[in-house]
Ligand binder design. Structure first.
Ligand code: GSH
Length: 209
């Protein structure tokens, strides 16, 4: 297998953290998003969506979504379990992972990419260029704040995001809470339950992946 990564980007970090939890090491190729290497002809052959992470399997199949990559890795390296043991657990992990992705991660990306100068004409990922819409930056920030409020309530009732133990849902939420710092949201000051949980997750060795 081969893993296409960008060490500064939050989405592939979710896969790096997942692999670190399982002790998996896969030959890794860095794709320099700063230099727009994701848009080159050679990378488009690997992933026409022009994004990282990508996991290339030994038969040449390329997976280009964090969730699909982690699902595959979980099937090949089941221990420790990170995606739930039975149907109920798996559904809860997926539910929280998806909510975090669509309401948290995507909102943070909307806020950042419609505001930061480095993303001019690159307000969305992918092969097409899209211009920034400043109103979406403000909306993304508000959506992210709303999600972080939901996450904080959840972490007031549960030690971890989806289950009583650490799972992939915690990886997604942890990296989302740090991604929020990119748009200068003072997450740990504003949401005390997130702060407490973040303290527990950040001492895991995988947190530095
Ligand atoms: N579908 C992907 C989305 C990944 C994604 O958005 N990756 C960003 C880095 S965090 C990217 O490749 N950006 C390329 C760009 O900005 O053009 C997933 O969830 O894994």
């Amino acid at each position: 297998m081969k893993f296409y990564d960008c060490k500064t980007a939050p989405s592939p970090r979710r896969v790096r953290m997942f692999m670190a939890e399982k002790g998996i090491e896969i030959p890794t190729i860095q794709v320099d998003l700063g230099q727009q290497e994701q848009l080159t002809e050679s990378f488009r052959k690997i992933n026409p969506r022009c994004t990282v992470p990508v996991l290339e399997l030994d038969d040449g199949t390329c997976l280009s979504d964090t969730l699909a990559i982690c699902h595959y890795l979980e099937s090949q390296f089941p221990a420790p379990n990170l995606m739930g043991l039975d149907g109920r657990e798996q559904a809860l992990v997926l539910n929280w992972h998806e909510q975090t992705n669509s309401e948290g991660f995507m909102a943070a990306a909307e806020a950042l990419r419609n505001f930061a100068r480095g993303f001019q004409d690159r307000a969305l990922t992918g092969p097409e260029n899209f211009e920034q819409v400043p109103a979406l930056a403000e909306r993304g920030r508000r959506r992210l704040e709303a999600f972080l409020g939901i996450l904080d309530s959840r972490l007031g009732q549960s030690p971890f995001v989806a289950l009583e133990r650490f799972t992939m849902a915690d990886i997604g939420a942890f990296i989302c809470s740090e991604f929020a710092g990119w748009i200068k949201l003072p997450v740990l000051e504003r949401w005390p339950n997130i702060r407490r949980w973040h303290g527990k997750v950040s001492v895991r060795p995988s947190a530095s992946a």
